[in-house]
Design a protein around this ligand. Structure first.
Ligand SMILES: Cc1cc2nc3c(=O)[nH]c(=O)nc-3n(C[C@H](O)[C@H](O)[C@H](O)COP(=O)(O)OP(=O)(O)OC[C@H]3O[C@@H](n4cnc5c(N)ncnc54)[C@H](O)[C@@H]3O)c2cc1C
Length: 437
């Protein structure tokens, strides 16, 4: 145990808390002891991952559990292609851990700094019309519940809890391990291009259906979208990766280094934003390369930003984006960060943003030195009008009353929470807002 007093901040620097105490358990028994001890003195307790959520979901004003020492591979079922990981394992550790078994995760988001527990608990996703978010890969997990007992949830043990526990928002207990369904390791052939926005919008549904992993970025104030189309290939087909220098120039120097300067300038002098956005969207010529999957899915993001992302019925995405574009023009805002559009397959995880429907995602961002409130609130109104569901780990203003009708199993999830955490040991103010007391 470590005494606290130190302020904890999330990656985006928009959420902060000073926990009463911070504990760094290195065993499952120590996690159980921490939950029981917190209960005895009436403190709430919360595991924190890498702090990559933009919402206040990870704030732990009572006891903060840092599971950095509860990381690594616990077991592998080579026949089923399933791996069990300790809860604090970071996504960037997975390629090294899975390589000896020839396995990989079928899909990943934009970055790999998150913990496996944090990523699955908030519904982290990548893109691909036939692929679900990370929580859909969860086949089993072990939780420490509100009274400190260990609860195994799998297809054969407490199976009725699985649709809730796979994506539990940290509200059902402390995950100590998680078992994931993997796939044989694979390559991705990537094609990146700059294309006219309106053509991309018109082709979005078709390209999402035809491609394995299609997404695009649109820089506000331009007519251009940067598309990324990744096609899965067997390992044997051979890599042709980007050269180290070209990767560094494109992804580090231009996408991060120069971009940081541009965003900083844009925050001080908003009038410069449209010109820089036109430059940024033009600088990306066509790029084509083939590499192991995680090297293509994941990029390095060093420019700090704030984000809101909404999950929409996929068919409405083009119109919703056109409305956001009209909004930005009408309000005269200067938005330096691109809007990202992705997709996911319908799934059956109760609080997944893709539950029950094929989904498209629209994510809006602002540089962290700019106030995102007016932009995000106005975009949120558009998303709500289209039946949108907010990403649990990103900024939004929704509450339980408004979210209940978005999720057919909302009340079933609350019943599971009543069963596993009747005293609300794992609550914080974010969870009170989105789930109710
Ligand atoms: C630069 C950047 C890029 C991103 N890209 C994407 C993306 O491509 N796609 C996407 O969907 N999201 C993305 N996100 C959002 C991010 O993936 C999620 O917010 C994710 O939850 C962060 O994981 P974390 O480990 O940092 O968890 P934290 O933010 O620390 O915690 C998230 C939640 O998980 C809970 N939790 C953590 N560990 C446990 C545990 N052991 N047991 C129970 N609950 C636990 C916490 O209590 C909290 O409720 C991005 C965020 C950033 C900052």
């Amino acid at each position: 145990m470590t005494a606290s007093g130190a302020v904890w901040r999330n990656w985006a620097r928009n959420e902060a808390v000073t926990p009463v105490r911070v504990e760094r358990p290195s065993s499952v028994a120590a996690v159980q002891r921490a939950v029981v001890a917190a209960g005895k003195v009436g403190l709430r307790v919360k595991a924190v991952g890498s702090g990559h959520s933009f919402s206040g979901i990870a704030l732990a004003p009572g006891v903060q559990l840092d599971l950095l020492d509860l990381a690594g591979l616990i077991g592998v079922d080579t026949v089923a292609g399933q791996v069990t990981l300790a809860a604090g394992t970071r996504l960037f550790e997975l390629p090294r851990l899975l390589r000896p078994y020839g396995l990989a995760l079928p899909n990943l988001g934009d970055v790999d700094r998150q913990t496996i527990s944090g990523a699955t608990s908030t519904g982290t996703h990548g893109t691909g019309g036939r692929f679900g978010g990370l929580a859909t890969q969860v086949v089993a997990l072990t939780l420490v519940t509100g009274d400190g007992t260990l609860l195994r949830v799998s297809a054969t043990e407490n199976a009725e809890l699985l649709p809730a526990a796979r994506l539990g928002l940290g509200a059902l207990g402390i995950m100590v391990d998680v078992t994931l369904q993997c796939v044989p390791a694979f390559l991705l052939h990537a094609v990146e291009a700059a294309e006219p926005l309106e053509e991309v919008l018109e082709g979005y549904l078709d390209r999402t259906e035809r491609s394995d992993h299609f997404e695009f970025f649109w820089f506000p104030h331009t007519e251009t979208a940067l598309t990324k189309t990744n096609t899965r290939q067997p390992l044997e087909s051979g890599r042709s990766p980007l050269g180290r220098v070209s990767r560094w120039v494109d992804d580090e120097l231009l996408a991060n280094g120069v971009y940081r300067g541009i965003c900083g300038l844009g925050a001080a002098l908003p009038a410069t934003v449209p010109g820089f956005n036109r430059l940024a969207s033009r600088r990306s010529g066509k790029r084509e390369f083939t590499d192991v999957s995680h090297r293509v899915f994941v990029t390095n993001r060093t420019v700090r930003f704030r984000e809101m992302e909404y999950a929409l019925p996929r068919a409405v995405v083009p119109d919703a984006l056109r409305e956001v574009r009209a909004l930005i023009e009408a309000r005269g805002w200067r938005i330096s960060f691109p809007i990202e559009v992705r997709s996911a397959a319908a799934d059956d995880v109760w609080l997944s943003t893709a539950t029950g429907r094929d989904t498209g995602y629209i994510a809006v961002h602002r540089y962290y030195r700019e106030d995102p409130a007016a932009y995000f609130q106005a975009v949120e109104a558009i998303m709500r009008a289209h039946g949108g569901r907010p990403h649990w780990g990103k900024m939004h203003d929704r509450d339980a009353a408004s979210l209940r009708s978005d999720y057919p199993h909302f009340d079933d999830f609350l019943s599971v929470r009543d069963r596993l955490d009747p005293e609300r040991r794992f609550n914080n103010s974010y969870l009170e807002r989105v789930l109710g007391r």
